[in-house]
Design a protein around this ligand. Structure first.
Ligand SMILES: *Cc1c(COP(=O)(O)O)cnc(C)c1O
Length: 461
């Protein structure tokens, strides 16, 4: 083991040094991947030296998502205390289904869930669990909504048309999960949004009445705290009233920006969150733990058990359900995603988490100011979001993003809203400084200036 851990140290040390010089890895076109690195698996073992060489090559060729060159998705950076927790969870290799197999680590998970429930303002009836990603925690919310509306479905299958409401700006996992749940994509209704991409509650009531008149059974509304493209926050309080009146499950998908819960300054963006039935948040997004750390909490833990528990005498042999977390899990064996969040939280405190969140909004303000103050730019995003959406010199956003990627300059993506397509700069890496954001614009502008011919080709093509 020692030699292998030394190898790990050697490779990561070299990588970290190289990342400083080269924040973006050399782009390998997918069509050339298998000719560029020998990924083939052989019958015979590899010598240690050869092994080290090929591992290093692979590591150095991989996209660098923790650097000042990565603005592409809703994660980034490296929180070292969280990485420590992740590495320890790999070495320990506990499985989170029982106290017998995970012991003290069960306490780690329970403490995080309790703390988040307390911050929301929920009592001891609340609880939660972790799942491999926000798509899966959203899936759990839909299962609970379905089962609360009809306890028969889990035994007899779907007999009635159930309806789910969300907005077009919500995550694609909502319609996808409707297929998994037996609800069906066609029974997902899209609530209209305003010019900032936020759900407009007034339309919802009419839609529900129409579906009931048509013989449907409305079961759930999904709201988003941080929509995937614009980073917008849906209004919880007004929608909650409608859900209460019609007895619908209300879920808030906070995978992206639900972590505003940790910020005194920004938690008003999820005002009313204590009124919802379930709330999910990805610590691997704003909080910056390694992938993945996705949490769902529910106001009444009864629903977690109703939808997810299963007896298994070969598994649950000691301790009670409160410590055998497999009883509220989608999975059987489950890796320890809680520890990396706990090591970070333990070391920086809740105040440290707040700083992480606030810094991302401050970086976003810097980026928005830059875009507002430079006339070659058009801004599409709004204040109090960490997605800065813009166009530059009227060049198609996808051309700039693709060429920056192919030339190994920057990783940034594009999105669209209301017929406009734009570059989407995400300020989610809290290790970035304000200067790093300004450098992003400078790198992009310089690249465009030096490659005028390329852009003309792209536009013609
Ligand atoms: C990222 C995201 C998800 C999906 O989370 P994964 O962990 O990638 O599965 C769901 N909803 C929203 C709003 C997101 O931004």
């Amino acid at each position: 083991m020692k030699n292998t851990l030394d190898l790990f140290q050697r490779i990561t040390k070299e990588l970290l040094i190289d990342e400083k010089e080269h924040p973006v890895a050399n782009h390998i076109p997918s069509s050339e991947l298998f000719d560029t690195i020998d990924l083939s698996l052989k019958t015979d073992p590899l010598g240690e030296e050869e092994f080290e060489k090929v591992i290093k090559e692979l590591v150095f060729a991989s996209p660098r998502t923790a650097t000042k060159g990565f603005f592409n998705q809703l994660f980034g950076g490296r929180n070292e205390k969280a990485i420590l927790g992740e590495l320890l969870s790999v070495i320990l290799n506990n499985s989170m289904y029982t106290y017998k197999a995970a012991g003290a680590q069960i306490g780690v998970e329970k403490v995080i869930l309790r703390e988040i429930c307390n911050m929301i303002g929920w009592d001891e009836n609340s609880d939660g669990t972790l799942a491999p990603g926000g798509s899966m925690t959203n899936f759990m919310s839909m299962l609970m909504a379905r089962d609360r509306a009809s306890s028969e479905v889990s035994q007899q299958g779907m007999r009635q048309k159930m309806i789910v409401y969300t907005s077009k700006e919500s995550h694609y996992s909502i319609p996808k999960n409707a297929t998994f749940c037996g609800i069906g994509r066609e029974n997902v209704r899209y609530i209209p949004t305003d010019n900032q991409g936020r759900v407009v509650a007034t339309h919802l009531e009419e839609m529900i009445q129409q579906d009931v008149a048509d013989g449907g059974l409305p079961v759930m509304v999904n709201l988003t705290a941080g929509t995937t493209v614009l980073g917008a926050f849906d209004p919880i309080r007004s929608v909650s009233k409608i859900c209460k009146k019609h007895n619908l499950w209300l879920h808030v998908d906070g995978a992206y920006c639900g972590s505003v819960l940790f910020s005194e300054k920004y938690k008003h963006l999820i005002d009313g969150v204590e009124l919802v039935d379930s709330f999910s948040v990805n610590a691997h997004k704003m909080i910056g733990t390694p992938l993945s750390c996705s949490i769902i909490v529910v106001k009444d833990k009864k629903h977690l058990y109703d939808s997810l528990s299963n007896d298994a005498s070969y598994l649950y042999q000691t301790d009670h359900d409160g410590f055998n977390l497999g009883k509220t899990s989608l999975q059987c064996g489950r890796r320890n995603d809680a520890l990396k969040f706990w090591t970070l939280w333990k070391s920086v405190g809740t105040k440290g988490l707040e700083k992480i969140v606030d810094h991302q909004f401050a970086l976003a303000d810097t980026a928005r100011d830059y875009v507002r103050n430079h006339e070659d730019y058009t801004l599409y995003s709004h204040d109090e979001t960490i997605a800065i959406c813009f166009n530059y010199k009227g060049i198609p956003a996808r051309d700039i993003c693709t060429l920056l990627y192919e030339h190994s300059k920057l990783l940034v993506g594009y999105g669209s809203f209301d017929g406009d397509e734009f570059i989407r700069l995400i300020t989610i890496n809290a290790q970035n400084e304000h200067q790093d954001i300004l450098n992003f614009f400078q790198t992009m502008e310089q690249f465009v200036a030096e490659n005028v011919a390329l852009f003309e080709e792209e536009v013609v093509a």
